[in-house]
Design a protein around this ligand. Sequence first.
Ligand SMILES: [Zn+2]
Length: 583
Amino acid sequence: MRRGVLGLGVVAACAAAVLVTAFGTSSIGAASTRTCSAAERAKHVKALTAFTRELVAKRRAFFRAHPDAAARRVFVARQQARLGALKRAASCRVGPERADVAVSMSASGGAELVFRIVVLNRGPGRAIAVSVNDPLPHGVELVSATSTSGSCSRGATVTCSLKSLAPGTKVTVTISTHRYLAGVIENAVSVDAATSDPRSANNAATARSTDVPLPAASSGPACAPELSFPGPRAYFHLGPTNYALYQQATGRLGMLLLFVDFPDAPSSAPTGPIFTAAVPALTQWYAEASYGRLTVAVDQVTNWLRLPKSALAYDLHYRGDYPGIVARHRAFLADAVAAADPLVDFSRYSTVLIVAAPHPGTSARMGVPFAAGSGVVADGNELRGLVVAALPLANPPDLVHETGHLFGLPDIYDFSLPFAEGTRNLGRWEPMSNTGSLAHFLGWVKWKLGWLDAAQLRCLDAAATLEETISPIETPGGVKLVVLPTSGTTATIVEVHTLRSVRNQVCDSGVIVYSVDVRAPSGTAAARIRPARDDPASTECGAIPRAALDLGPGEVASYEDGELKVDVVGSDGRSYRVRVTRK
Ligand SMILES: [Zn+2]
């Protein structure tokens, strides 16, 4: 009994010491290297306190019931072991948790594309406030997002809040999507936590879908729609080109650049920068837009040539009747050619580009073709085209536009309306719309110019449905146009434009639907886009926003009117699969 009393006294003293250390953090934390959260430590301390509070009473009760000394020793040893374990747990170091959270992702499925994301806490600590972020890639539409723990939000970015993860815990997030784009779709996911992560390299993962190619373009029958232009009066139109009036837009177009000034408007500006700012872009644009079928080869006389008359005397304005304009520009060209003749062998050129010194009375910016026999002859060669640009108008979009007139292209904007309204037919989708755009010419214009082959066109001559893969007008090869001839002089066209072209300023990509009318003369609606929808608030595409049909969030994928229906049924981001129904 004395031993028992003695033992109790020792135990009581120990319990008191434990109680002191349990609430004095310094001695508990010092020996431990294990980290824990403040909440976990509080839980351990609470357990230790409860155990020590009852320790003496429980031992007394055991001793009363068990007089055997060996049994009492075993009991005390067990109590001490338990006490030690509780003390060790309560002595964890409170500090920032360290947890290596890792994410991996796989993709499976075809049209129903599923991303399986696995988040694993590799320890050593508990990961707090774990979240998974997946900005869904272009080309998929979210169907569902679920997680084996926590919850996921729906949206353009799927965010899953997994809360806290104990070491070794794995959570699987399943994101099901419907893919609307062909090709390979790549998804990127990242994982984040409030705890510090010793290894961040495994906090992001990507997965690539299998390649789902668009159906190849059909090898359907070649189609050569010829819209005939009935009358001789209008000079520029979108019908077959009369080469007695205009330049061939294939092969080599030899163009000589002359800088001219006037007695009342002399210039000594260096011509090199003017050439560099304007000419390479002009020649590159025609090389690219024609798929290499037209080379605009520009040589230059680098010094200013003084013309005999004043700037105003040449009257280089778009005023009066068209034959009068042509006559004034022919006289201007004749003087420039005479001034350059001692320096130049004109036999190599068919056209002349004149950059004129600026003069307040000169607003020249014109492309003037001369009919065979009415051009300016020099060195036994007839010069049949003039592009004139008074500074500062010698910029690439203007030169592309004015050179287009040499090939017989009309102005496809409405002269009778204020400019913003007059360009509403095509906006920035076509340089002949005169909006300073370096977009490629419309497919119909390229067909007229001889830059497309009949094999690249598909015709819908009667009520029927045709499904076809159309490649962008900006890149060579493939089927480019679906043409619905609607009369001997009109047609409706379906084609694809992308943002790939250099300096193209097209505001949107996708399938566009437009009509052409080859009777329409310059300055009227020779071509008119039928927008996917009217969205007057948007001006990104000039006067005709939202023209393109496309797949994806916020896009319109179908167009329908009394004449046809167009559905975009697939895309790989470049080419589009379209179903065109002629009613
Ligand atoms: Zn024009």
